[in-house]
Design a protein around this ligand. Structure first.
Ligand SMILES: Cc1cc2nc3c(=O)[nH]c(=O)nc-3n(C[C@H](O)[C@H](O)[C@H](O)COP(=O)(O)OP(=O)(O)OC[C@H]3O[C@@H](n4cnc5c(N)ncnc54)[C@H](O)[C@@H]3O)c2cc1C
Length: 428
């Protein structure tokens, strides 16, 4: 079968890999000149199989209030809010209760766990380096209240057989020796033993090379304008370089998915939640992180990637504004200084980056069929697209091929949004 994949971020590239492995003739259409040049470029690098949570949780509204009052908020909302921002916040707010949190977290954990298996499958297919480490990740607690809150998460994790361990301050320092400078400020931590870390950009490029080797065709510098529908099916994809036809189509355009899909009546509530990262060279190993450290209070993640440290975080709701906000760079530097003060060579060497997390208000991605028989979605991965990439690629390949999926798609496909079904009337 001929399959066109729209978008070559980590999700599109991994989809192409699994589709090609199943014997399909695959073309990937991408507007950039290579893979992973947008959101998949410089993310936090955590493969958070255990630390998988939706943002929308019972404590979020109160946290937003506190952050606003302290003036040091990891969430920044543009005061001139667009309708899209208001809709996203409202839909997220509706998920800020214990019941929805548990349902959404369980769905995300299902996808994350499957993704870990799929990543191990890719690693067994061929040898490649993406600065991977398999040393778990550590969430820090600054006070005992945070420890109490984590008990709710541990109960859900246990249901999914995900290994986590509460650590004393001493054990946190044993796990991450670079934490010795903040030992007295910490209350403890939780260690997710099964988490990995790795460079998403390098991974995508390695998968890209393998894809080319097994026959995938990449059409770079190609801007997708629209999807053409004929007889309740996609007939082609229109681009600045002409039309592309296939038997099946998979949309993995990240935050831009909704723009293209809304033109054919598919409403996906994906919002571009802007985040930032900084990358700096390591000064000495003993003072630097070894894996990923999450500071949920300040909403940052710090990861060791090769000879560098990556710090990422912030949620900036400002639609598609790509500006690099200096205040965010300062916040990330402050976060690093607080936890690993002697870890980096010099703040002069910092690489500053921003990307749009393709976020759904409830948290899980949108993977699966649409009312158009040959159109599939693999998008909306939000804060965890790198974590879920391998599983998402395999799942979409199975769905397109008509192979029974290895996991349930309940709550992961678009049918969970009642408004998305209106397209049946409009276009069906
Ligand atoms: C600061 C930050 C930190 C993060 N940290 C982590 C983390 O530690 N772990 C984790 O799991 N996830 C993390 N994420 C999330 C993760 O990076 C994303 O979920 C993931 O990269 C999304 O991949 P994607 O392929 O869907 O989107 P993208 O990488 O954005 O790919 C979409 C592609 O579609 C292309 N495209 C869009 N429109 C068009 C068009 N009209 N025509 C042609 N091509 C088009 C784009 O050029 C792009 O290449 C983080 C994100 C941010 C911003």
């Amino acid at each position: 079968m001929k399959v066109v994949v729209l978008g070559a971020g980590v999700i599109g590239t991994t989809s192409a890999y699994f589709l090609a492995k199943q014997g399909h003739e695959v073309t990937v259409i991408e507007r950039q000149n290579s893979v992973a040049m947008e959101t998949s470029h410089a993310n936090a690098g955590c493969l958070s199989y255990g630390f998988t949570s939706p943002w929308a949780g019972p404590g979020l509204p109160l946290s937003i209030l506190k952050w606003t009052l302290t003036g040091r908020s990891p969430l920044i909302i543009n005061p001139n809010m667009s309708i899209e921002t208001i809709k996203f916040l409202y839909r997220m707010y509706k998920n800020c209760n214990a019941r929805s949190y548990e349902v959404n977290k369980s769905r995300m954990l299902r996808m994350a766990k499957y993704s870990q298996k799929a990543l191990i499958e890719i690693e067994s297919d061929f040898d490649f380096n993406y600065e991977q480490r398999k040393q778990g990740s550590l969430q820090l607690f600054w006070d005992t209240k945070e420890i109490e809150k984590s008990n709710r998460d541990i109960a859900i994790l246990e249901k999914f057989n995900i290994k986590s361990e509460l650590l004393s301050t001493e054990d946190c320092v044993k796990t991450e020796p670079g934490l010795k400078y903040v030992k007295n400020k910490l209350a403890g931590g939780i260690h997710f033993k099964d988490d990995f870390t790795g460079n998403c950009y390098m991974f995508s490029n390695e998968i890209y090379k393998k894809c080319v080797e097994i026959g995938v065709n990449f059409e770079f510098n190609t801007d997708i304008k629209s999807i053409q529908i004929n007889n309740n099916k996609v007939s082609s994809v229109s681009t600045n370089r002409g039309e592309f036809n296939a038997d099946a189509y998979s949309v993995s355009l990240g935050s831009y998915s909704s723009r293209i899909l809304s033109k054919i009546g598919i409403q996906t509530p994906i919002y571009p939640v802007k985040g930032y990262s900084i990358t700096l060279p390591v000064l000495n190993d003993g003072d630097a992180p070894q894996s990923t450290i999450m500071d949920e209070k300040n909403k940052i993640a710090i990861t060791r990637l090769g000879d560098t440290i990556r710090v990422a975080g912030m949620a900036h709701l400002t639609d598609f504004d790509k500006n690099l906000r200096t205040k965010s760079l300062d916040s990330l530097m402050r976060g690093l200084d607080l936890i690993f003060p002697k870890s980096y060579v010099s703040s002069e060497d910092v690489q500053f980056w921003t990307g749009f997390r393709p976020s759904t208000p409830d948290g899980p991605p949108i993977i699966g069929p649409t009312p158009f028989a040959n159109l599939f979605l693999n998008t909306g991965h939000g804060t965890l697209g790198w974590t879920m990439s391998a599983g998402s690629g395999k799942l979409i390949a199975n769905l397109i091929s008509g192979i029974n999926p290895d996991i349930s798609t309940e709550g992961i496909d678009m049918s969970r949004y009642s408004f998305s079904n209106k397209i049946r009337k409009n276009h069906g």
